[in-house]
Design a protein around this ligand. Structure first.
Ligand SMILES: [Zn+2]
Length: 318
């Protein structure tokens, strides 16, 4: 999840019940769980090659894994190949950054998508390009406001095919020595202070995204044969009533499940979402959101709890 700014970091359509096989529940509901359905490789903002991610998962005792890179399925085949070598089950996945109302970066996970599907791959490419254009437009706006940008890190990321987010633009400004005196004077020498002053909704260099919407992401996942799951709901939405309202709204658009069990979710948050998903017949998935062994927040596989609840992984575990 960390590709893009998370301003407030605190931290389940289509019927999925048909054809669901009984889960090996004793194994999967163990705490810590042996499934871990979000992880990231060098193909987005993770630190390891897909093979290394699967290796780390296997070493940590993960038995059912998803490599869910942001807006790309380019690492999936390598993960599947590694999985068969290492005896881990890997399900195909992608995590699509989506727009919903004022939220610019809501994450929708697609499991069981056909990662060779050309329509899906084309859609993801168009959305990545759109994000790239938006980053360029925000960079241009910052220059118009009189700031210099140190482009070295941005160029490096671009060469590696990694997304350019607002934190990278803010870094480029605060790192450039020509801005130092002005930033000091404005009290904006820290990246997060600068970002909040210029690069969030309503601020002078902010350019909104408009696509894909959550409903477009869900449809794209379904078109590629997958199931759509709202990732880490409490990462993006603070208030419990708003999370429940959002689940209801996304369900109208065909959402199949919610990532109820998550590294930063509290017991209370987990049980709230688990109960609502049970009422609505939605899947409940979970993850530690592994980004690499050195990551500040998401460095350990299986570092999340089901708080005694039975996950409902449906076809993902079938
Ligand atoms: Zn995410």
């Amino acid at each position: 999840m960390t590709a893009i700014l998370r301003p407030r970091s605190r931290g389940c359509g289509r019927s999925t019940t048909s054809g669901r096989k009984p889960l090996p529940s004793r194994r999967l509901s163990a705490d810590p769980p042996t499934f871990d359905l979000q992880s990231h490789s060098l193909h987005s903002d993770g630190a390891l090659e897909p093979h290394g991610v699967v290796l780390a998962a296997a070493g940590a005792g993960v038995e059912l894994l998803a490599l869910s890179d942001h807006d790309t399925v380019d690492g999936v085949q390598q993960a599947l190949d590694a999985a068969s070598e290492l005896g881990v089950r890997v399900v195909t996945a992608v995590e699509i950054s989506s727009v919903d109302r004022s939220m610019q970066d809501l994450h929708v996970l697609g499991y069981l998508v056909d990662h060779h599907d050309s329509v899906l791959r084309d859609r993801l490419r168009v959305w990545r390009d759109d994000r790239e254009r938006r980053a360029e437009a925000m960079g241009a706006a910052l220059r118009e406001l009189g700031y210099e940008l140190d482009e070295s890190e941005i160029a490096r990321r671009r060469n590696e095919g990694k997304p350019i987010g607002r934190p990278h633009l803010a870094d480029a400004v605060v790192r450039h020595p020509a801005n130092a005196a002005r930033l000091q004077q404005e009290g904006l020498a820290e990246r997060s202070a600068f970002l909040e002053a210029f690069l969030i909704d309503g601020k002078p260099a902010f350019k909104p995204r408009t696509t894909p919407t959550v409903s477009e992401s869900i449809a794209a996942i379904h078109d590629a044969g997958g199931v759509a799951v709202w990732a880490h709901p409490f990462w993006d939405v603070d208030a419990s009533p708003e999370v429940l309202e959002t689940i209801d709204r996304f369900r109208e658009w065909g959402l199949d499940g919610v990532e109820c069990f998550y590294a930063t979710h509290t017991r209370e948050q987990t049980l709230l979402v688990a109960d609502r998903c049970a009422e609505l017949g939605l899947l409940t998935t979970g993850s530690s959101d592994f980004h690499g062994p050195e990551h500040r927040l998401f460095s350990k596989f299986r570092a999340f709890s089901t708080y005694g609840r039975e996950p409902s992984l449906g076809p993902i575990a079938a």
